[in-house]
Design a protein around this ligand. Structure first.
Ligand SMILES: Cc1cc2nc3c(=O)[nH]c(=O)nc-3n(C[C@H](O)[C@H](O)[C@H](O)COP(=O)(O)O)c2cc1C
Length: 185
């Protein structure tokens, strides 16, 4: 029997119960209430070795690293919608998300083409200037790979763990996005 198509949350913050995690959980909870199957991965629970640019994936179609990367790609293949969440770290994404995305270099492009994906990006600083590079980087990658962007939740000005939980407007945005994504599965 083929695996059920889920909405998959990919949480690229090391802080469980933090802002990325809280928003993705709210989106998934809402999507689930509207009938979607849901799943989530915490990237920091997986061993993801950085790409060393050996290019063997281009010749053999396989990566030389024997780690957890393929486990996540398998989950992604079995999901109709992805939600990628990363905190802003030094105007960029978290190191684990960057390591993960660098490894996409060796993944067949069909995995990404026409895939639906939403973004969640908390930052301690208020205003878009803190998240603009992360947003720009991910939107350019989406456009390059043919990923269909389904919306972004920017949680600016949320530095402390889980402070988004007290921001009713953001939590409501998260629930709305969950409903919207459930309608796509
Ligand atoms: C190593 C590190 C670097 C950070 N760099 C920035 C930054 O450049 N700009 C910013 O606005 N916030 C920065 N922050 C704050 C985080 O983006 C903020 O606390 C966010 O809510 C963390 O999300 P989380 O709770 O999901 O881990 C940084 C936090 C850490 C730990």
């Amino acid at each position: 029997m083929p695996a059920m198509k889920n909405i998959l949350g990919i949480i690229a913050s090391p802080r469980k119960g933090g802002n990325t995690d809280s928003l993705i959980r709210e989106i998934l909870k809402s999507a689930n209430e509207y009938g979607s199957g849901i799943d989530k991965v915490y990237l920091y629970d997986y061993a993801i070795t950085p790409c060393n640019a050996c290019n063997s994936c281009k010749e053999t179609k396989n990566c030389i690293h024997d780690d957890d990367f393929e486990k996540i790609i398998e989950k992604m293949k079995n999901s109709s919608v992805w939600i990628i969440g990363t905190p802003v770290y030094w105007w960029g994404p978290s190191a684990q998300l960057k390591a993960f995305i660098d490894r996409w270099y060796g993944v067949e492009r069909a995995v990404f083409r026409d895939q639906l994906c939403a973004l969640v990006i908390p930052s301690g600083g208020s205003g878009r200037s803190y998240s603009r590079h992360v947003v720009g980087m991910l939107e350019d990658i989406f456009s390059y790979l043919g990923i269909k962007h389904q919306g972004t939740i920017l949680a600016s000005g949320h530095g402390s763990r889980g402070s988004v939980l007290r921001d009713e407007q953001l939590m409501s945005e998260a629930r709305d996005l969950g409903k919207q994504l459930a309608g796509l599965v």
